[in-house]
Design a protein around this ligand. Sequence first.
Ligand SMILES: *Cc1c(COP(=O)(O)O)cnc(C)c1O
Length: 458
Amino acid sequence: MAENKIPYKIYLEENEMPKQWYNVRADMKNKPAPLLNPGTLEPMTAEELGGVFCDELVAQELDNDTPYIDIPQEIRDFYKMYRPSPLVRAYCLEEKLQTPAKIYYKFEGNNTSGSHKLNSAIAQAYYAKKQGLKGVTTETGAGQWGTALSMACSYLDLDCKVYMVKVSYEQKPFRREVMRVYGASVTPSPSMETEIGKKINAEHPGTTGSLGCAISEAVEVAVKNPGYRYVLGSVLNQVLLHQSVIGLETKAALDKYNIKPDIIIGCAGGGSNLGGLISPFMGEKLRGEADYRIIAVEPASCPSFTRGKFAYDFCDTGMVCPLAKMYTLGADFIPSANHAGGLRYHGMSPVLSQLYDDGLMEAVTAVQTDVFEAAETFARVEGILPAPESSHAIKVAIDEALKCKETGEEKTIVFGLTGTGYFDMVAYEKFHDGEMTDYIPTDEELAKYAEKLPKVEK
Ligand SMILES: *Cc1c(COP(=O)(O)O)cnc(C)c1O
């Protein structure tokens, strides 16, 4: 059978790796809405953004028109340490499910940070270094982004200050230590080192923190310290641009064997891996060259796309960041304490939000016990221990494959396997011990946060 010619893993040769990132905004008819200055509610200028982000990244953030942007040689050389990442044909999972569907996954967990986040971390650190900066500040939740950034900064000899959501700082000491191996300073957030941290601690004594709050602290430190800028691991246009390397490699690997996917699936926290994975496919869709079903999967406990509002909102709790128009649950929203599966950010990439609002992609939710069950099904046949975040995509890939089993359709499904779950064993433990529950916020709860969205007539 011709079918057997497709190997378990499709690798690209070094010279087949992307030399440019693809900027899907160039092909969007409805561009993502601009970031707004929280004071004046006018679009942020390059100059204003330059106080927070480094110059080249500001240019990328604001560029809605250039379709391809060269990947600097230094970044391509760094990529070669852990890329290309394999596109794996999930023969064993197909067999287990007895499905006629053909399942592929792009595995981004083959580096020490354990996720796709290194793709953007090295780019952001590179441009900071090129600008002659001393260092960068950032937040991290579960720790993958902080780890990725620490790795990139140590490679380029930049200082790296990470504000880590307190609950993760305490529950994931090993993540913290990995960051320190790479020379980063790691501070639990909210801390008493920043004005906003002190304020949040005073207003919410004993709080275990949130991503939105850690972002505010990291921004404050960047703005107050000369030679420092802030970097963010998801949501922003520039991050989706860097992550397009995932989609470009995926497409190149599929093209080698003339494979055309029917369905492309990814988990969605802030939207960077999904945005990167789908970019070249979405580009074809926007240009009318091909059609794909594209599905975002989010946790039922943090349902930005499916139950959020498409509106301008703050990116952080402290309201120091620009406003972004996105699907959002409200900047104060924090998923219920029993939520262990990651993807807990209240908002969503403005690029993906616009594409979703234009009906170019779908979104579904999954409850965490189903997600962990899918994770184990996958781990037992494919060998890889997946991150809970990634397992949202696994869950829906399995669902779609089982639908094919009913209908007999031989659809080709591609999903993003964003990372490994070695640092998530407390969550797996809860699942095994039957202590994991599914909490779905009520409409009343969500309405309470939505009420507080800033009033912006744009
Ligand atoms: C951070 C992370 C995600 C979610 O972030 P996105 O920006 O939505 O891609 C997903 N999977 C893993 C493993 C992560 O570390």
